[in-house]
Ligand binder design. Structure first.
Ligand SMILES: O=P(O)(O)O[C@@H]1C[C@H](O)[C@@H](CO)O1
Length: 322
């Protein structure tokens, strides 16, 4: 790693101080929107929007479907910040730069990180349009030494050797699955293991088969580094993948994945994901690292937004059933 890739505590603080001076909001929950999932921020109330170009030290979004804005606002009594646009290694950023915002959110006071992504399924039981709750990940670049925690460790954020064995909060996973059932989309939601590859090309068939044999359920090009950095600094993490395509695993056939198709599935699933995240955030106890359920029943408003319930039932979701 180059010394220029080391980001000093001052640089994180400068970004955090700038944000504190430019918004009245003090976020408890940070949400990272995956490819085509920027609409998750639309549900925030009392919005204040800041462009990445304005924020000191922030990288810039270069990928279609990643707008490049921070949206601050309120969601059912919780204060949130939403990243409309994340950073990927394949854009040419160092791992520490791709995860820069996570530490900034920590300095802003956020104790919970919600990560979302678009991913291709390797397991045939996951269909486009399904939602996979991350139970665990395989950080392939990380295993090869491309890890945002490489370089001098800053003890103010966390320990040199953080554990990753429980990085996806089990209580938040349980609540999300419960909400899915209440919304009538339980059949299209399950837990699974996400693997991060470097990208930007989609997988070759041999690569897809290799990942499948390793027991990976879905593959994407992000998320794991953000989760590593958040876990390192003591944040509680919830992650989900919107399955946007099946990864091609057979030589005979003419299926081919493309980014436009990925974005399209995000558009079609916008409302389901908005409702799911809104309900999840509303049931989080943001103060003491556990969760509470002020009401375990969905509001009528949430249920009425779920006119997609039938479309997401397991019987009907053969391929894109949206
Ligand atoms: O930011 P995410 O991980 O959601 O984006 C996925 C991976 C690539 O960036 C892109 C491919 O379509 O979507």
């Amino acid at each position: 790693m180059h010394s220029k890739d080391v980001i000093s505590h001052d640089e994180y603080e400068q970004a955090a101080d700038w944000l504190l001076a430019h918004t009245k909001h003090r976020p408890q929950v940070a949400i990272i929107c995956g490819s085509g999932l920027g609409m998750l921020s639309e549900v925030l109330e009392e919005q204040e929007v800041l462009e990445y170009t304005q924020i000191p030290g922030f990288p810039q979004s270069t990928v279609q479907g990643h707008a490049g804005r921070l949206v601050f606002g309120r969601l059912r009594g919780r204060t949130c910040v939403c990243m409309q646009g994340r950073f990927h290694m394949y854009e040419g950023y160092s791992m520490s730069k791709t995860t820069f915002p996570v530490r900034v959110f920590k300095l802003l006071g956020a104790d919970t990180l919600v990560v979302t992504n678009a991913a291709g399924s390797l397991d045939d039981s996951l269909k486009p349009g399904d939602i996979m709750i991350l139970k665990d990940h395989v950080n392939l670049p990380g295993l090869c030494g491309l890890n945002p925690l490489c370089g001098p460790n800053d003890e103010r954020f966390g320990p040199r050797f953080p554990a990753m064995s429980s990085c996806y909060d089990s209580e938040l996973r349980r609540i999300a699955l419960e909400i899915g059932k209440q919304l009538g989309v339980g059949g299209a939601m399950r837990e699974g293991v996400y693997a991060m590859v470097g990208g930007p090309n989609f997988e070759s068939i041999a690569e897809a088969r290799l990942l499948h044999r390793l027991g990976i359920d879905a593959v994407g090009m992000s998320t794991a580094p953000e989760v590593v950095v958040a876990t390192h600094c003591g944040m509680r993490v919830f992650g989900l993948s919107l399955i946007t395509n099946k990864v091609v695993k057979c030589y005979d056939g003419d299926d081919m994945v493309d980014h436009q198709g990925v974005l399209e599935v995000g558009r079609l699933r916008a409302q389901t994901l908005q409702t799911l995240i809104t309900e999840l955030v509303s049931r989080m106890d943001v103060n003491n690292n556990s969760s509470n359920s002020p009401s375990d029943d969905l509001t009528e408003e949430a249920l009425s937004q779920c006119d997609h319930r039938e479309a997401l039932s397991p019987e009907s979701n053969s391929d894109v059933s949206i």
